[in-house]
Design a protein around this ligand. Structure first.
Ligand SMILES: Nc1ncnc2c1ncn2[C@@H]1O[C@H](COP(=O)(O)OP(=O)(O)OP(=O)(O)O)[C@@H](O)[C@H]1O
Length: 249
């Protein structure tokens, strides 16, 4: 789904990402964690070419973005949504118009656009706030609007840069549930950068640990395909053994 092949990014004399290769599978929730300055946000922004790599190849959805430009690249980017720590909403536009912004460039009829905006707002539970302005919303509500905007073009990938870092713990839990729903019900592959270990552990299937711009290790935390909640017997075994070998006799 996402393939980075020996990607590097330098800012002036500083090498932020060094020959990094990584594959993210379709349908997974993939975390990126590491110390401050390790290159997490830069790595995420390389995935939709918000940062252009100096070297290496970025492939998303079987399209090599680093070989594209202009209209073709803009078209390919529509399948990649993104949300940010500080929401990046337009303050003088309503909730409805903030979401509609994503669709303005598509040539679809107004009625279709309206249907899609309301569908996305309903999905994040905010349809009744469509006429409010960002300043009238809580942090969690603002992030939901940003998610609705990112979903408007029916992306296959959602990139999340510290999406819960401005939120309190209850709001964080609600927002993570929204991201899980997007992954499970809409089949969207999610990549999430966070410095909060609890956030990463709670929803990610695999996690990449970065160190000084290099991939330190990718860890499988919750294999996809294992029905965690339904496999109750295994849940009890895991709790009892905490990963140690047990005598099956
Ligand atoms: N546009 C830029 N111009 C110059 N330096 C940059 C730029 N963007 C990032 N950097 C530098 O690259 C390094 C990696 O930054 P990045 O934001 O990717 O790290 P991070 O792991 O996300 O850090 P944090 O957890 O503090 O947000 C940092 O030293 C940062 O100062």
């Amino acid at each position: 789904m996402i393939k980075l092949n020996r990607v590097s990014k330098r800012f002036a004399q500083f090498q932020a990402i060094k020959e990094l290769s990584l594959e993210i599978n379709s349908g997974e929730i993939h975390g990126i964690i590491g110390a401050s300055g390790a290159g997490k946000s830069t790595l995420l922004r390389l995935m939709n070419l918000l940062e252009i790599p100096d070297e290496g190849e970025v492939e998303v959805n079987a399209q090599i973005l680093t070989k594209m430009s202009g209209k073709k690249l803009r078209e390919a980017r529509k399948s990649i949504g993104m949300i940010f720590q500080h929401f990046n909403l337009i303050s003088n536009k309503t909730v409805y118009d903030n979401v509609a912004v994503s669709l303005e460039l598509t040539r679809s009829p107004k009625e279709e656009q309206k249907k899609r905006v309301l569908e996305c707002l309903s999905f994040v539970g905010l349809a009744e706030l469509k006429d409010k302005y960002p300043a009238q919303l809580s942090g969690g509500q603002k992030q939901r609007v940003a998610i609705a905007r990112a979903l408007a073009n029916k992306p296959q990938v959602l990139l999340c840069d510290e999406p819960t870092s401005s939120l309190d713990s209850n709001t964080t839990a609600d927002l993570l549930k929204v991201l899980e729903d997007i992954n499970q019900h809409l089949g969207v592959t999610i990549v999430i950068v966070s410095h909060e270990m609890e956030v990463i552990k709670s929803i990610c299937n695999r996690v990449t640990v970065l160190e000084n711009g290099s991939l330190y290790q990718t860890v499988t935390t919750k294999p996809k395909g294992v029905q965690m909640k339904e496999n109750r017997a295994q849940y009890f075994v895991d709790q009892l053994t905490e990963g140690e070998e047990i005598d099956n006799a």
